[in-house]
Design a protein around this ligand. Structure first.
Ligand code: FRU
Length: 480
């Protein structure tokens, strides 16, 4: 009943949801539910959307298909709130594909605070079904960038097209989406992910002086083709640099890089603010944001304390890595919020400090010693400067290994399509592993390199730190 061909209204959803209490209760008690990550109460979740802090409350929206864990239903925005990034209140869906301008999905978007009002921008996906020969790339689709001005983040407002198909450059296909806003010196910049008619990914930049009227200004692209479509662009200032994060699709693997079906990379950007033009620095050398199996479509925002926080989707489109929970009615999650900093030209990520409130008492061990019965919920910090080799089992058959400058995540035999990933880290000084029941995030060298992955492997009976030189580990059990 719910699919891209039909609109889905709040009333349709509520009627359907009223029959789902049994499923929701069964899912809620499943041992593989996550303890401190956002995941859907049922169905499918993808990109984080509309991240914003209002007063002491963080509002987190995300792409949500409650109707089908395999994402064959309709795309809504779900809404959660948190004050501490450890516990979340699920406020339920707020944005529905219920109008002619977003009938095939309320796709990704972002929030921007201006003069006390929240400006939400998102993509209304419209697919036509009046013919059967559309390719949905050059024809049969419209993507509208929709603007809503709201005073109450629990209740969304009137939908109005801010930028639509008539406003796109002539060489751009029907794929244009995921608006994100950057304000600089009283001018607003909207970045949009796009695919050209000849299948090259790029970012379109529109400018506005009032967030209402937008003019196409320029595009950000690479000289060489780098994928056919760039999704979810995010342009932001960080520690004196301008950074573009985006998700290119269709990039061929290169050694250990770009092994996932689709990528998430970042670029350093140089702006000429007076001309509203942007150029990729160093001929656009891309760096991977996360070297794990399950990471895509992150979004950043600045909170009231001035932190730049990033939340990603711990998943990937067209994934070959599967989640067995899909068969039990749900899949996918968001990463923990990560504070971003720029250190020596590296984009570093570190779990928001609030997550430390989940820690129990610390147990300290040295290389060669064990943690008995570590379970699946832990936060581990390893100090290992000077070691040439190190190994730590984080689940049965799941190992982190460091040898001669390379960090390897070996998922063993039970990775559901996840096998092995290696990434160059140079000298390994430290490692942090933040582990939830079935999702873990690894931060190497204080967040210079990050790997996010799901695992459905059981806990190890003992966790031993093996190292070729002196190393130590702080182990914290985490509260559920
Ligand atoms: C990225 C993405 C976005 C789109 C949304 C639809 O995962 O494909 O480009 O807006 O998901 O759910």
């Amino acid at each position: 009943m719910f699919n891209q061909k039909e609109k889905a209204t709040r009333a349709d959803y509520e009627l359907w949801r009223a029959g789902q209490d049994g499923t929701v209760t069964r899912i809620a008690t499943d041992p593989d539910r996550l303890a401190f990550h956002v995941e859907p109460e049922l169905g499918w979740l993808n990109d984080p959307n509309g991240l914003i802090q209002v007063g002491d409350t963080y509002h987190i929206y995300h792409q949500y298909d409650p109707f089908d864990a395999a994402h064959g239903g309709a795309t809504l925005w779900n809404h959660l709130v948190t004050k501490d990034f450890a516990t979340y209140e699920n406020c339920g869906p707020v944005l529905f594909p219920d109008s002619d301008i977003d009938s095939s999905g309320a796709y990704s978007g972002s929030a921007f605070m201006h003069d006390g009002s929240i400006h939400l921008f998102y993509t209304g996906n419209v697919k036509r079904f009046d013919r059967n020969d559309y390719d949905y790339v050059l024809a049969g689709r419209e993507q509208n960038q929709i603007h809503m001005v709201i005073d109450n983040p629990y209740e969304l407002g009137e939908k109005r097209i801010a930028v639509g198909p008539r406003d796109y450059p002539d060489d751009i296909s029907t794929h244009v989406r995921d608006p994100k806003i950057l304000g600089h010196d009283g001018i607003y910049y909207m970045v949009l992910g796009a695919r050209t008619k000849d299948d090259r990914g790029c970012v379109l930049v529109y400018t506005s002086s009032d967030l209402e009227a937008w003019q196409y200004s320029t595009r950000i692209e690479l000289g060489e083709k780098f994928g056919y479509m760039w999704e979810c662009p995010d342009l932001f200032e960080l520690d004196g640099e301008l950074v573009l994060v985006c998700c290119p699709q269709g990039v061929p693997a290169e050694g250990w890089r770009y092994r996932n079906p689709h990528q998430c990379v970042w670029f350093r950007v140089k702006a000429d603010w007076s001309a509203s033009t942007f150029e990729l620095v160093e001929e656009g050398k891309p760096s991977m944001v996360d070297a794990g199996f399950d990471f895509y479509a992150p979004q950043t925002f600045e909170d009231n304390g001035g932190r730049r926080l990033m939340i990603g989707w711990a998943g990937c489109p067209d994934a070959t890595a599967l989640n067995p929970t899909a068969g039990r009615g749900w899949q996918c999650a968001l990463t923990v919020p990560r504070e971003l900093t720029m250190r020596e030209g590296k984009l570093c990520q570190w779990p928001a400090c609030e997550l430390e409130s989940l820690r129990g008492e610390v147990v300290r061990v040295n290389a060669g010693e064990y943690i008995e019965n570590p379970g699946r919920l832990f936060d581990v910090v390893v100090s290992c400067q000077g070691t040439r080799a190190l190994e730590l089992a984080i689940r049965k058959g799941v190992f982190l290994r460091y040898v001669d400058g390379m960090l390897t995540l070996d998922m063993g035999k039970e990775g559901y399509g996840r096998d092995e990933r290696s990434v160059e880290v140079g000298e390994l000084r430290d490692l942090r592993i933040l582990s939830d029941t079935t999702l873990f995030e690894v931060f190497a060298n204080t967040g210079e390199v990050v790997l996010t992955s799901r695992t459905y492997s059981p806990a190890v009976p003992t966790m031993e730190l093996q190292s070729a030189a002196v190393a130590s580990m702080e182990f914290y059990r985490l509260a559920r």
